[in-house]
Design a binder for this molecule. Sequence first.
Ligand SMILES: Cc1cc2nc3c(=O)[nH]c(=O)nc-3n(C[C@H](O)[C@H](O)[C@H](O)COP(=O)(O)OP(=O)(O)OC[C@H]3O[C@@H](n4cnc5c(N)ncnc54)[C@H](O)[C@@H]3O)c2cc1C
Ligand code: SF4
Length: 332
Amino acid sequence: MRSFQHINVFTLEEAVSVLKDSGGKAQVIAGGTDIIGVLKEQILPDYPEILLNIKAIPDLDYIKKDHEGLRIGPLAKLAGLAKSPAVREKYGALAQAARSVGSPQIRNMATIGGNLCQETRCWYYRYPHSIGGRLLCLRKGSGSCLAVNGDNRYHALFDARRCFAACPSDVAVALLLLGAEINILGIGGKRTVYLQDFFHPLGNALEPGEIIGGIHIPTPPVGAKQQFLKFTLRKPIDFAVVSAAALIVLDGGICTEARIALGAVAPGPRRFPEAENFLKGKRLETNVLEKAAGIALEGAKPLSKNGYKIEIAKTLISRALSACLENESFNH
Ligand SMILES: Cc1cc2nc3c(=O)[nH]c(=O)nc-3n(C[C@H](O)[C@H](O)[C@H](O)COP(=O)(O)OP(=O)(O)OC[C@H]3O[C@@H](n4cnc5c(N)ncnc54)[C@H](O)[C@@H]3O)c2cc1C
Ligand code: SF4
């Protein structure tokens, strides 16, 4: 690993100011579970000269209920989200998604802000510099996408343009399901971005010098049942091959609200409005759930080796919806 300066900052405003003054040479470090690996493996051609430690800022590891929903600090740990009674009570899909990440050690360090901003897991992108030199590709600003004609078994089925990497964040899937907003701070002041607008094909909505200052989730509809599910190759610690989250509200056995989100199939987590609308006004029999899953995957555009993810995604959607019906909203 090359050397860098490690600087503590004590307010978000100070963090933004140092980021600006560094002219792009500083980067935020929160729990460090992703960025330290990225620096150690030297996967990127540009190396930050300064790591800004935002953990020195007090009171950013919070989960607060208010009359509008839930407010989460950028340094809230995934372990805390998984355990929090406030999250488990009304935002069960988020607790489940946080609980599904990595190992207890990772969840004790990893923050929600870092989870949303982690680098892609595309194996061409992550190829270590020490083994014959890093691989350059379009996302790194040089060359074309190596996955299109290469081994793309874990890559995106939807919305990919030029870069086909799939978003690795499990937490983002639950946040999308729950209609979360990201509060962003920069030199120009504060702004809010809906989760569905946060992820871009080549990164995220943060401009240079901007930082996530918090997350807000509106109160879910009364009576909503939720479920997050994840398919991985290794059970104890692994990223999702596909993840799914569902939320439904029933009135007299009829579906009045339905939300479906998938993870690891697109540059960001993705909702499926046509499948959701199909469910509304219906009794959710098994064949209806399966039909909705089929509708959701109709627009998938698989690459040469990732078509198998379509069947996994359909199965996860049906299972997540069924679990909502069975009221298994949290069972860890
Ligand atoms: C073994 C292992 C298994 C894993 N398994 C999973 C998994 O199953 N599912 C999953 O979703 N993730 C998984 N991860 C990824 C893990 O969740 C992330 O590494 C973690 O959430 C990042 O959080 P952090 O606080 O450690 O971020 P850091 O490593 O400190 O930072 C990551 C990135 O986020 C930026 N950043 C951090 N906070 C902010 C902020 N407030 N504003 C702007 N930018 C910010 C940093 O600059 C950096 O670019 C795994 C990681 C490991 C090492
Ligand atoms: S999918 Fe994206 S990160 Fe992976 S090789 Fe292609 S451009 Fe690079």
